[in-house]
Design a protein around this ligand. Structure first.
Ligand SMILES: CC(C)(COP(=O)(O)OP(=O)(O)OC[C@H]1O[C@@H](n2cnc3c(N)ncnc32)[C@H](O)[C@@H]1OP(=O)(O)O)[C@@H](O)C(=O)NCCC(=O)NCCS
Length: 231
């Protein structure tokens, strides 16, 4: 069964606690974080890593130090300790989300920000999708844009190829069921679903099965800190 988790970062990690929590991450990630100057982005990356670590430690009954997380040539993180536990993370604005399954999975969350000119996003869509976007009433267009965007990103993240897979090379299709499908690619056996955890955001998950949960599990930031310190 797919599991989806979300944490609201709120004020983030208190400055005097930052180093404590960074120490739970891999040396590689610690180095990466030290090169960022955006404090909020840093917080999201740290919280995402702590969330994933806590869930994996719980599931596999491993100590945090025992986790062996590697990245694919396209940058997708994966767990070397188990071939049957796949995950993916995403963060935007105040939210960090992650999804777990026994098969490859992708997740994407985006804060809805205004778009002045739709022309500049044309290249991300097939001509059908772009036409569909422009045909929406103006009041619904922004919401629809972010739906398509997160769906497409969750897909490229599930496949693991990131943006080396052209976003206008495949389309998102409606389905009579409670999920969406993809067409125009070699990876059509993947399913998509959207979740609403916050009206200011769009969230989409792309998975290899239809075993989607009804709800996202919301974790409290303090419980996350408390939890990881046990491992
Ligand atoms: C992987 C990618 C698709 C994720 O982008 P993003 O939306 O900026 O970031 P998200 O917060 O959703 O995801 C980041 C996480 O994806 C994961 N990730 C990185 N490369 C990945 C890959 N190839 N496949 C799957 N997941 C990947 C990492 O865990 C990363 O987390 P971290 O930064 O905490 O280590 C990235 O390549 C990218 O550049 N995206 C922007 C694309 C764009 O312009 N889209 C417009 C669409 S309309």
């Amino acid at each position: 069964m797919i599991e989806i988790y979300a944490v609201k970062t709120k004020d983030g990690i208190k400055y005097n606690k930052l180093n404590d929590f960074i120490s739970y991450l891999s040396i590689k990630k610690q180095k990466r974080i030290s090169t960022y100057c955006n404090y909020r982005e840093n917080n999201r990356v740290i919280i995402a890593d702590l969330l994933v670590r806590l869930i994996i430690c719980n599931k596999l009954k491993l100590k945090n130090k025992e986790l062996d997380i590697n990245t694919s040539p396209y940058g997708k993180p994966y767990l070397k300790n188990s071939e049957s536990l796949h995950y993916n993370v995403s963060h935007s604005g105040e939210w960090v989300v992650c999804a777990f399954d026994s098969l490859p999975i992708g997740i994407d969350i985006e804060l809805i920000r205004p778009i002045k000119q739709y022309e500049i996003v044309k290249r991300f869509f097939t001509s059908e999708e772009y036409k569909g976007l422009l045909n929406r009433e103006e009041k619904d267009r922004l919401s629809y844009f972010y739906e398509l965007w997160t769906l497409k990103e969750s897909y490229v993240k599930a496949v693991g190829k990131g943006l080396s897979l052209k976003l206008n090379s495949f389309s998102i299709n409606n389905s009579p069921e409670d999920y969406l499908k993809i067409s125009g690619t070699d990876y059509e056996e993947l399913y998509l679903k959207q979740y609403n955890i916050d009206s200011k955001y769009k969230l989409a998950v792309c998975a290899s099965t239809l075993d989607f949960p009804k709800n996202v599990i919301i974790k409290e930031l303090d419980d996350l800190f408390e939890g990881i310190s046990q491992y």
